[in-house]
Write a protein that binds this ligand. Structure first.
Ligand SMILES: [Zn+2]
Length: 392
């Protein structure tokens, strides 16, 4: 089982220069390798179009080609970076292409504010007696606020505006004992930042989160009024990024606590598969923001449940709000908050009914529940890699 631990690190001024330099070296390598692959792909396309593909020519330039080229001709900047960190950068390019072939977006070039992490995939880092050592960087101050379980496999350094973080990915070898399922709930999460459970209980995010979100909107309006490429605009951009960070931290904190409560209270928790839901519905900003928050909650709940031998299930979201628990279709517009079934006569809060419909779609419900897409695990893994690339 994998578990990730994140800690803040406190580099000295000198180390911060090195960290920043490593980031930009990796970013250049990333963009150049991406460019190389794109060119190759275009050439291939041309050759195919005109039917001149030479026999036996490899179709695509791959990770190994690029890694070989790299080790043969390193720039002075690249020599200053631990070699596996560079290789991992090429791996990210490789992954972004694989994701593309699996139906994700075309790999993008990474701007300075976007490319914010690098990874030691195997070695080159050490953690001894509460001290962190990074090859080519030095000994960095770290505060280990919790104990690390298992064996550390990889470590990723991440820049967040003016702060630095490290994430250790660990393999934990502990037996997981499944618990007997006694308590179960379906959970409806919606655009309104409210969460409803099968028993009708509702949970609302804390007020300070709302407050920060309002502040964000305000600061973004300020930003849009600043002159392009001006000093003030950059200042405002950092301000907005910091409000973003605060919201992210507040939300994560909230989601951490809520997921713990959920897993402590229920043995089997059923959510809608938000990824499927997003494919169906059109996107708008407010929704994608709220979805990001819910996805985090679901992922945290999943990993905690796994740890505790409990179950989190994602079910098909199709029409969950448009049907009654009895199975009779009850179409409702978003503005209709009360569910009235003409068939069985049920009158109840709309979200409360939806939560029950979600619960009834669980595979062990004994009803005609249908399971979410099987490739779920696969997609989950790809999504995690994608977020590593994009930041958080
Ligand atoms: Zn009904």
């Amino acid at each position: 089982m994998k578990k990730a631990y994140q800690f803040r690190i406190y580099p000295s001024k000198n180390q911060e220069v090195k960290l920043n330099r490593t980031l930009s070296t990796c970013r250049y390598l990333y963009n150049n390798s991406l460019e190389e692959r794109r060119r190759e792909a275009e050439l291939n396309e041309l050759e195919r179009t005109f039917g001149v593909t030479p026999w036996g020519k490899p179709e695509w330039i791959n990770y190994y080609d690029q890694a070989n080229n790299l080790s043969e001709s390193k720039t002075d900047y690249q020599k200053e970076v631990f070699s596996q960190v560079l290789q991992n950068t090429l791996k990210r390019v490789d992954r972004s292409f694989k994701n593309f072939f699996n139906g994700f977006g075309y790999p993008r070039f990474q701007g300075r504010n976007r490319y914010n992490s690098f990874t030691y995939p195997q070695s080159g880092f050490g953690l001894k007696d509460g001290k962190l050592t990074l090859s080519k960087i030095g000994n960095i101050k770290i505060i280990l606020h919790r104990e690390i379980e298992g064996k550390i496999k990889t470590c990723t350094i991440k820049k967040d505006i003016d702060q630095w973080y490290i994430t250790f990915s660990c393999d934990i070898d502990i037996p997981i004992i499944p618990v007997g399922i006694k308590t179960k709930t379906g959970i409806d999460v919606g655009l309104s930042s409210l969460m409803t459970m099968s028993n009708g209980e509702q949970i609302e995010p804390p007020k300070f989160l709302r407050k920060s979100e309002k502040k964000l909107t305000r600061e973004q309006i300020h930003l849009s009024k600043k002159k392009l490429r001006s000093k003030n605009r950059n200042k405002q951009r950092i301000k907005v990024a910091k409000v973003h960070r605060r919201i992210r931290n507040q939300r994560k904190d909230f989601n951490q606590k809520l997921s713990t409560t959920l897993v402590n209270t229920y043995d089997h928790i059923v959510f809608e598969d938000l990824q499927i839901k997003n494919m169906v519905k059109n996107h708008h900003l407010a929704k994608s923001i709220s979805d990001a928050g819910w996805s985090q909650l679901i992922n945290l709940t999943k990993s905690k449940a796994e740890y505790a031998g409990k179950i989190v299930e994602l079910v098909n979201p199709r029409g969950t709000s448009q049907v009654c628990i009895c199975g009779h279709p009850v179409p409702k517009k978003l503005s209709m908050r009360i569910h009235r079934c003409p068939d069985c006569g049920l009158v109840a809060d709309r979200d409360h009914v939806t939560a029950n419909v979600i619960e009834s779609r669980s595979s062990t419900a004994g009803t005609a529940g249908f399971q979410a897409c099987l490739s779920n695990l696969n997609r989950e893994a790809m999504k995690q890699e994608a977020t590593l690339l994009v930041g958080w």
